[in-house]
Design a protein. Structure first.
Lengths: 169, 339
């Protein structure tokens, strides 16, 4: 049962990820990306990490993608207006894509899969355990990250402000 | 096998009840408006207009199906479907009543007892914006687009304050499972007593999230014709209109669950009822609370005028958000002091 769910989720994830790149309209690729996020959230649930799954959906699908959708809709990008790619750009893209593929194959070859992935505990993804780990062992990185976010937020507000008003003050 | 059948039956019942309540909420709304404006409301179809929702439904089904030429076909259909789906999904985690015992087997009245209950509700609510935005954009009409943009910016703004009010509730409860939250509210221990400000913020945000008055700027007729569903007709329009009532029903259920004790009733232990009867009484009490909140939603709709757009944004960002943050901080200090 779990295997069937896993494979159907994975197929859907790979398909939607491919469609993100392949579809012509930006809005369509955005919606495929949304589908991809949901399949990944499904994988989290399979790993018994419901909290991560839900937070993944709230943050990525509920907040970040909405902002993307927002800007895409207002910009109203069309296929016609898309930048024409020159031959050189295509050649460079093929070469760099090929290099990435070689690197990935190399990594996969060196990977020892005989033992299988080991989880410290199957309960690690539950909210209580994540909270305990986050606020005991990783307290400092967690707080530093939150300060980083705060800085980014203040920066965004500063950039969004009307420049004349700032100068006047 | 029995488990799967029972869950399927439960899902079907909940689906039908949500649709039925949403259907009759439209009639209730019109009757209520009639009462407040000193007129009768619909009373031609059936006794007291009881067949009016059916007549409306039939009318919507047989209306001409119109699709704008320039619309993105797939997304145009996806919009209302997604709105309906998201509106119905939330009811999966609501604990409708205590478990019923038939022949010694326990039958829970909740479809899925997730241990991330509230967060699931919150995640699904944040999905609600997609249906409106996709529909509004795919119609390829500037009024629709304006309505969609308004709806989404409004939802994003009010989600923040809502999330913070839920956070302070979680701090008081110490759990995010909806069952734990309901069980902690036995007797008079309703969360609204411990979190009155949180409840107020949550309620206002729920009004904004369901696009109800006074926050119904996305479909403001005087400025935007019909808002995001200007280009929709027939049952696709019906889906948009109907999902608003389902959203209202589900929001009322969630408010009752989180802040008003769910299916608990102060003196239910003292009545000495057998578990099954107590479960049915609890279920009825829960529905009474839900209908009470639906009435409150309607009362607000027919009392308050619509906000202006800048007022709406100011209320969300400059009043509700700081208030929710303050509430969170005070809750934290009180919990720390009483421990």
């Amino acid at each position: 049962m779990e295997k069937i769910i896993f494979y159907s989720l994975s197929t859907l994830a790979v398909f939607s990820a491919l469609m993100v790149v392949l579809s012509k309209k930006p809005i369509h690729s955005l919606l495929y990306l949304l589908l991809c996020f949901f399949t990944i959230a499904g994988h989290y649930v399979l790993l018994n990490a419901q909290f991560l799954a839900v937070v993944h959906i709230i943050v990525y699908a509920g907040a970040i993608m909405v902002l993307f959708l927002f800007s895409l809709m207002l910009l109203n990008l069309n296929i016609k207006e898309e930048l024409q790619k020159t031959v050189w750009m295509r050649i460079i893209a093929v070469i760099s894509g090929g290099l990435l593929l070689v690197a990935l194959v190399g990594v996969l070859k060196g990977l020892d899969t005989s033992a299988g992935p080991m989880l410290a505990s199957t309960q690690i993804g539950l909210m209580k355990n994540i909270g305990n780990v986050l606020f005991n062992e990783y307290m400092l990185p967690f707080e530093v990250a939150s300060i980083l976010f705060l800085t980014a937020m203040v920066g965004a507000v500063m950039l969004g402000k009307d420049e004349e008003k700032v100068v006047k003050k | 096998m029995l488990y799967i059948i029972y869950k399927l039956v439960l899902i079907t019942i909940i689906l039908l009840v949500s649709l039925g309540i949403a259907m009759y909420a439209t009639l209730l709304e019109r009757k209520f408006a009639g009462f407040l404006q000193d007129r009768f409301g619909p009373d031609r179809a059936g006794k007291w207009g009881l067949l009016q929702p059916v007549a409306d439904g039939v009318k919507l089904f047989f209306k001409e199906e119109y699709m704008p030429n320039t619309a993105d076909k797939f997304l145009y259909i996806l919009g209302p479907s997604l709105t309906m789906l998201v509106a119905l999904l939330t009811s999966a985690v609501i604990p409708w009543g205590p478990s019923i015992f038939i022949a010694g087997t326990e039958f829970s009245l909740q479809v899925a007892d997730l241990n991330v209950g509230i967060l699931y509700v919150f995640a699904i609510m944040s999905m609600g914006v997609y249906g409106i935005m996709i529909g509004g954009w795919a119609s390829n009409n500037k009024y629709s687009l304006m309505g969609a943009v308004r709806a989404s910016s409004q939802m994003i703004s009010y989600e923040l304050a809502m999330g913070l009010s839920i956070a302070s509730l979680i701090m008081v409860m110490g759990s995010v499972r909806l069952n734990d939250i309901v069980d902690a509210q036995q007797g008079w221990n309703w969360n609204v007593i411990y979190q009155p400000v949180g409840f107020l913020i949550f309620f206002i945000c729920a009004l904004a999230e369901t696009n109800r008055h006074p926050f119904d700027l996305p479909e403001c007729e005087t400025e935007l014709i019909g808002g995001y569903h200007t280009e929709y007709s027939s049952m696709k329009l019906g889906f948009y209109l109907f999902s608003e009532y389902i959203n209202m029903f589900v929001s009322s259920a969630i408010i009752s669950t989180l802040y008003f004790g769910g299916y608990h009733f102060p003196f239910i232990d003292k009545l000495g009822l057998s578990p099954n009867v107590a479960a049915i009484v609890g279920l009825m009490i829960f529905f009474a609370k839900i209908i009470g909140f639906i009435m409150l939603f309607m009362w607000i709709r027919w009392t308050l005028p619509r906000f202006r757009y800048d007022q709406l944004m100011r209320l969300g960002w400059k009043i509700l958000l700081p208030l929710a943050l303050l509430n969170l901080a005070i809750t934290g200090i009180v919990i720390l002091a009483t421990q």
